[in-house]
Design a binder for this molecule. Structure first.
Ligand code: NAI
Ligand code: MG
Length: 340
């Protein structure tokens, strides 16, 4: 990297996190990138080390560096502590979750996918108003969640999507919603989006789709999508679905962007089913690191990293198990490093 090395927070994460993060650091090394890493903990490994899933030291570090590369963090299902991923997004107001999905592997079912899901990351169904009214195994238990949307929240994510489209030479923004049923919350999102779309008329095309149809259209004809902008939970689900079109979660990177900080991570989770076996695909985490390089203005270096990942998979045919190969996490990292 040009000039002095830049300080950034590193959270290796849980499950396959340390394996894919180690592989990614190896590749950044080969790339000649020198982030000055401040290593911190989060999630299950932080509970083990510090007795809390989100230690103050981790938050303080990100507050200082404003930049982090993060491995996946395990969230207990059902009960237990709240998601640290969601907590970090809320703490730093990382309102834009940017998840590009692109066909890399040739001969796949969908060779022409090149879309970006831009998901609102702080409002909607994931604000934490989710509770049960029951005692023990109460047969009359009732659970309730509340979705919260604001005009400002809708405006800033939709503006982000249109500005993103402009900056990246994209042609169309599709607004995905459920305003036919959720007339208030999703209705506010759609109404705001339509106002903003008008400001971009003649520059960026736009349309809107109801989320269930969008999910189906993604499978039938994903090439029709360019930029998708949507609310928190729909974006969570659609981005995993979209990654499945191009080879799965092992290839899907993501960025969480706000005014005060940015956290880069793979879309996938800690994959407990394959953790510790050395077979996880580190490509998504490497591509997240490429997004981080873009973010700090190292566009050329980011491009080199992306090309090396693609070449290792496509030309060198070095693939982990999820992509039908037999390479280990380390073998894949070495193949990418060789291409640098
Ligand atoms: P997951 O994404 O961890 O795994 C889903 C499936 O994809 C599994 O079969 C897994 O083996 C496979 N997979 C995921 N990443 C892979 C990779 N790099 N290479 C090869 N195969 C890969 O989702 P799951 O199982 O629903 O969640 C596990 C845990 O991760 C949960 O505690 C969840 O809360 C957490 N999670 C954390 C996220 C984050 O830190 N941003 C995002 C999603 C889930
Ligand atoms: Mg998810």
């Amino acid at each position: 990297m040009s000039g002095r090395s830049r300080e950034a927070t590193l959270i290796a994460g849980d499950g396959i996190g340390p394996e894919i993060t180690h592989a990614t650091l190896q590749v950044l090394d080969a790339l000649g990138v020198a982030f000055d890493w401040d290593e911190q903990y989060g999630g299950m490994s932080a509970v083990e080390k510090a007795g809390t899933p989100l230690p103050d030291a981790t938050v303080d570090s990100i507050r200082r560096t404003r930049l982090a590369l993060k491995g996946p963090l395990t969230t207990p299902v059902g009960g237990g502590y709240r998601s640290v991923n969601v907590a970090l997004r809320q703490e730093f107001d990382l309102y834009a979750n940017v998840r590009p999905v692109k066909s890399i592997v040739p001969g796949g079912r969908y060779p022409n996918v090149d879309l970006v899901v831009i998901r609102e990351n702080t409002e909607g169904m994931y604000t934490g108003y989710d509770r049960t009214f029951k005692v023990g195994n109460d047969p009359k238990a009732l659970a309730q969640a509340t979705s919260v949307m604001t005009r400002d929240g809708c405006r800033r994510i939709v503006c982000y999507a249109f500005e993103y489209a402009k900056r990246h030479g994209r042609k169309k923004v599709t607004v995905v919603h459920k305003a036919n049923i959720l007339k208030a919350t999703s209705g506010l999102f759609l109404e705001t989006a339509k106002m903003i779309a008008r400001e971009y008329e003649g520059q960026i095309a736009s349309d809107d789709k109801i989320v269930d149809n969008a999910a189906m259209q993604l499978v039938i004809n994903p090439a029709q999508f360019d930029v998708i902008v949507t609310t928190n939970m729909f974006g969570d689900i659609l981005s995993d679905e979209a990654s499945g079109l191009v080879g799965g979660l092992g290839l899907a990177p993501g960025a969480n962007i706000g005014e005060r900080a940015a956290i880069f991570e793979a879309v996938h989770g800690s994959a407990p089913d394959i953790a510790g076996q050395g077979i996880a695909n580190p490509a998504a985490q490497m591509l997240a690191a490429a997004m981080m390089l873009d973010h700090v203005g190292e566009l050329e270096t980011a491009g080199r990293l992306r090309r090396a990942v693609e070449t290792a998979i496509v030309k060198d045919n070095v693939r982990t198990k999820d992509l039908g190969g037999s390479a280990s996490t380390t073998e894949f990292a070495r193949a990418v490093a060789r291409r640098l």
